[in-house]
Design a protein around this ligand. Sequence first.
Ligand code: ZN
Length: 232
Amino acid sequence: MVGAAVDAGVTRMITMGVDLEHTERGLALAHKHPEVFAGVGHYPTETSPPDLEAMRMLARDERVVAVGEVGLDFQDSAGPPRDVQIERLDSLFTLAVELGLPVSIHNREAAAEVAAAIVAHPGLRGAMHYFALEWNWAERFLDLGFYLSFAGLVTRPSRNALREVVKRCPADRLLLETDSPYGQAHKRMGVPNRPAYLLDTATLVAELRGTSLDELAKVEHANAFALFQKMS
Ligand SMILES: [Zn+2]
């Protein structure tokens, strides 16, 4: 899978963790492939609280470039109550600032609460992963210094408001991701997503922004290195 991505021109990948087990698996992959890096994460709908000490230990690994995924998910009813999620996110943001690592934020139906949590943690840097909101929220997170990370969702023809955000996003705050195996591009519905398919999104984003794929790749590469510094 990594080889196919590299063949397609995807030269760096971050595999985010959703719990300790997946974080460890991501790290093992990152040690096997020089193109792969890892995030130490705790998904918001996890029933158990994050083990911050174990996460701190794993984060010492040279291949860890982010704390992620972390965030809030008020849409999935399987998750803990809102106040529990907010409390956990607060501890995970504290950890990220302490470690000097950027965060990759998952947000569903919780943009206001995520923004408030960011404000409460000066020095926190990061990306809004799988950005799916309209411009007023994009502007809010950009104002907070965050990057917007776009996935296959932008390739769905119905997502006009999101495409507007893609056009208006400042060049130095734009990131691309697949969220594989989820987050399929329009033409890949029904098949598991793969890092190689990033090109579907990249091609459309370049078109929307009136730039070449090469130029977009240069810009996005520089942004990813600026945010996920341990990757460079
Ligand atoms: Zn997510």
